[in-house]
Design a protein around this ligand. Structure first.
Ligand code: A2P
Length: 273
């Protein structure tokens, strides 16, 4: 592999592209913190996916590249593909991926899949998307998809991170969605963002499990409590968070859904770690 510089493309395809893999070009990169960045790549014309799904990404820096699962953060109508990633200094993929600049090549396997899709939920009035950290990525796709608003009257996205700077991606996503010429028409007045921090002191603090459990979440938003008769829930974050939110909603009577058997809630872990 070539050595990295800040401005020139560093990761062009030096090895043959493996079969069944698209070689796409990095369009833009945005760094939020020492630990978080987002990037956009070109989208192959033939590539179709459902908002909320994930794909396998890699770099053309080895004969047998390392691939990791990444939720697609852009909606299915977008002509580019967006991803939101952590940076792990010794992570097999992210230690290199965090160095990409526009013009570089990113590899993407051809098939997308996943359980955080509208098809896995039965109809309801409100959909709650519960995320921590980079677990917001699949919801960044879904809240920008008109189909979400065709299926639900209210879309409530929660995002919890350790520090305020880590909430920037979600805050900008929300601002852009309600202001967007296409999506704003659906999202304005129907999309709510509820964010909190757990380590840095901010006006709203606490794990989402505690905020829901104490009733503060409902009081802050002035909404009725979660109810499986009217609500659907999608969950994405760390394993520990999934476990706790899953038992919270199961305790309220929600049933887990899947592509083959849609029901009240769906779960997927935020992948790269
Ligand atoms: P906390 O700081 O109290 O651990 P991480 O960076 O470890 O993936 O965590 C991202 C966010 O998810 C943090 O705000 C963290 O809170 C929160 N979190 C971690 N575990 C859980 C859990 N079991 N339930 C709810 N939130 C959690």
């Amino acid at each position: 592999m070539h050595s990295a510089t800040a401005s020139a493309p560093v990761l062009t395809a030096a090895f043959p592209i493996p079969a069944g893999v698209h070689a796409e070009t990095v369009v833009s990169v945005r760094h939020y913190t020492d630990w978080l960045f987002s990037f956009r790549i070109t989208r192959p014309q033939s590539f179709r996916f459902r908002s909320g799904e994930f794909v396998m990404l890699g770099l053309p820096n080895a004969e047998k590249p390392i691939f990791r699962a990444y939720s697609i953060a852009s909606p299915s109508w977008d002509e580019e593909l967006e991803f939101f990633s952590i940076k792990v200094p010794d992570g097999p993929l992210t230690s290199q991926l965090q160095k990409i600049v526009p013009g570089d090549t990113v590899l993407m396997r051809q098939k997308s899949t996943g359980t955080l899709v509208l098809d896995a939920l039965t109809p309801g009035k409100r959909v709650f998307m519960i995320s921590t950290g980079t677990g917001i990525a699949p919801f960044a796709s879904l809240v920008r998809d008109p189909e979400t608003y065709e299926k639900f009257d209210q879309v409530i996205l929660t995002h919890t991170c350790r520090d305020a700077a880590e909430l920037t991606y979600g805050a900008e996503l929300y601002a852009q969605a309600v202001d967007d010429p296409l999506i704003g028409e659906f999202a304005a007045g129907r999309l709510t963002l509820y964010s909190s921090t757990t380590r840095e002191t901010t006006p709203r603090m606490g794990r989402i499990t505690h905020l829901i459990g104490s009733g503060k979440f409902y009081a802050d938003l002035g909404i009725a409590p979660l109810d499986p008769r009217t609500d659907r829930v999608m969950i994405c974050g760390s394993m520990a968070m999934l476990k706790d939110v899953r038992s919270l909603v199961e305790g309220l009577g929600f049933q887990e859904g899947s592509n083959s058997k849609p029901a009240d809630f769906v779960v997927e872990r935020a992948f790269v770690d």
